[in-house]
Design a protein around this ligand. Sequence first.
Ligand SMILES: [Zn+2]
Length: 405
Amino acid sequence: MTAYTLPPDKLAKALVLYHAGIWSYFGGTLWTVLVLYLLLRVGAGAAIRNLAARVTPRQLLQGFIVAPFWLVILTAIDLPISLALHHLNLRYGISVEPWSMWWIDFAKSLGLTLVVGTAVLSVLYLLIRRSPRRWWLWFWIISLPIELAAVFLVPIYIDPLFNHFSPLAKADPALVQQLERVSARGNLHIPPSRMFVMNASAKVTGPNAYVTGFGSSKRIVVWDTTIRELPTPQILAVYAHEQGHYVLHHIQKGMLFSALVTFIFFWIAFQLFRYVVLWRTRSFHISSLDDWSSLGALLLVVMVLGFFVDPVSNAFSRHIEHQADVYGEEAIHGLVPNPQATMAASFQRLGELWLEVPHPNPFVVFWTYSHPPTSYRMSFAAHYNPWAPGHHPRYIGPQSGDSIR
Ligand SMILES: [Zn+2]
C-alpha cells in the first residue's frame, strides 16, 4: 500500500475536523482582529490606561494593570473557538481530556501568559520610552538570549505543568534497547537518560513523539499512545524521524531561523505601529506611542503580522520535517524488514488515528501545515530508495545491516 486513504466513516469525520481547523484558524484570526478593532474604536485603549492611571501615576506600574487586562481580553476573544474545538475533538475521539482537566490547563496557561506577557510588554514599553527610534532593534537583541533560555527551560519547568513525563528506560526497557540500535545506526549516542515517555493518553488518543530542549535539557519524548498504538518497527520509524531532528540540529536551525524572522517582524511591526498610532490617534483614542493607551493597537498590529508570518515559518517547518522523514527512513534501513513499507505503514496509521484528510487544499497546506500532508509523506516513504544501484543515501551511509527479523 503506497497511497494514503481513509475508510468512508473515518473520512467523513476527518473532513469535519479539517474544515473546523480551517474555520477556527482563518475565521478565528479575522474574529480576533475585528473585535480588537471595535474595542479600539470605542476607546478601550484609553479607558484601560485611565483605570491604571487612577491606581498609580507611575507608567511602569500601570503596565502591571494594562498588560494583563489586554491579555485577558485576547484570551476571552479566543475562548469560544477553543471551547468549540475541544468539544469537537472529544466528540470524534481525538481527545479524551475531561472538561475539568481542560479548564485546569486553561487556567495554568492563562497564568503563564499573564506572567510572561506582562514582563515582556513592560520591557517593551520601557524600551519604547527610552529609545523611540531603535526600540524594535533593542527588543530584538534582548529577545535572543531570552529565546535561548526559554528553549532550554521549557522542557524542564513548563512542559511538566501540563503533562507527566517519566524515563523511558523505566517504562519500557526493551524499547530503549531497540531505540539504541537506531541511534547506533546514526553514529549517535543519545543516552537513555535523554529519552522520556509522556503520559499523553490522559488527554489524547493519537501517537506522537518530539525532540525538545537545548544543550543539557535536549531530549527525545515519545508519547505513551505511540507505544500503545504502533507495532515496534513503526515506533522505530517514528523515533528515527525524531532522531533526525536531533542529529540534523533542527532546534538550533529553528532558533536561527526565528531570530532572522523576528528581526524582520519587529522592524515591520515598528513601522506599522508608528503608522497606526499616527493615523489613528483620534479614532483609537491613543495619546502617544509610548503611552499604555497604545497597547491595543500594538496587539492588533502583532496579530495581523503574525498571521502573515505563519506561512513563512510553516514552509521552514515542512522543509525540516521532510529532512527528518528522509533521515528516519535511512536510519531504520537494515533494522526493520522493509524500511519503505514500515515508514509508509506508520504514516497510514498516524493519519487514521489523527483523522488526517487525504487531500488537503494546497493553499491550506501552504498557509497552515507545519508538516507535509500525510499523503505526500506516505508516498515519498513508499518510493524513497537511495539503496538502489547508482543512488546514495542523503544522511546515513550504507552499513552491513543487522536485522530484527
Ligand atoms: Zn518532526
